[in-house]
Design a protein around this ligand. Structure first.
Ligand SMILES: [Fe+2]
Length: 197
């Protein structure tokens, strides 16, 4: 059975960029819902004891009646955990090494930010915008709903939730402001860790 992971910071610790109420609802209601639905789908099956990664990698082997629920809620659970780990109060500048890698891939840090912001602002799916690593190359991609780049064998190193529940209380229709402000709280150590993993 899966449990909702604790946040490593207080709900209001990302203010003023993401407000405490949004963080609390996003974590304790939305993320909890995905965990509960995932647990309900695998209850009383041999999958109850499997790690999430293993479960998601063996979706094709799941019985038809639980496959969709496990796929959707499993990825939603994983994506939300990644989203929260990718943020930290106060943010952090990328290391010298990571700066060099970003510059090699996007020309400059500013160009990377600009491309990411444009992609996230025009992501018409209720999904996510990512920086992914594919064959040592970094790219920015959008995905729909619960999807994760790993489904296309791409490794996500940074993701942004662009569903309205992630920002609407504070930003309403101003998604570009949410995207821009999130830059101040990126946990760049986590990004680098995922890049090197
Ligand atoms: Fe979300």
């Amino acid at each position: 059975m899966f449990t909702l992971p604790d946040l490593s910071y207080a709900y209001d610790a990302l203010e003023p960029y993401i407000d405490g109420q949004t963080m609390e609802i996003h974590h304790s209601k939305h993320h909890q819902w995905y965990v509960d639905k995932l647990n309900a789908a695998i209850k009383d099956t041999e999958r109850e004891e499997k790690p999430l990664e293993e479960l998601l990698q063996s979706l094709a082997l799941l019985p038809k009646e639980i496959k969709t629920a496990v796929q959707n809620n499993g990825w939603w659970h994983r994506n939300h955990s990644l989203f929260r780990e990718s943020m930290i109060p106060g943010g952090k500048e990328p290391s010298e090494n990571m700066t060099k890698i970003i510059e090699e891939n996007f020309w400059s840090i500013e160009k990377c930010k600009e491309t990411f912001a444009q992609s996230a602002a025009t992501n018409f799916w209720s999904g996510r915008t990512w920086i992914i690593k594919e064959h040592d190359e970094l790219k920015i991609v959008n995905t729909a709903n619960q999807n994760n780049p790993l489904m296309n064998h791409q490794k996500a190193i940074l993701g942004l939730d662009v569903r309205e529940h992630a920002y609407y209380l504070k930003y309403q229709n101003r998604r570009p402001d949410y995207i821009q402000n999130r830059r101040n709280i990126i946990n760049r150590d986590k990004v680098e860790e995922l890049y090197n993993k």
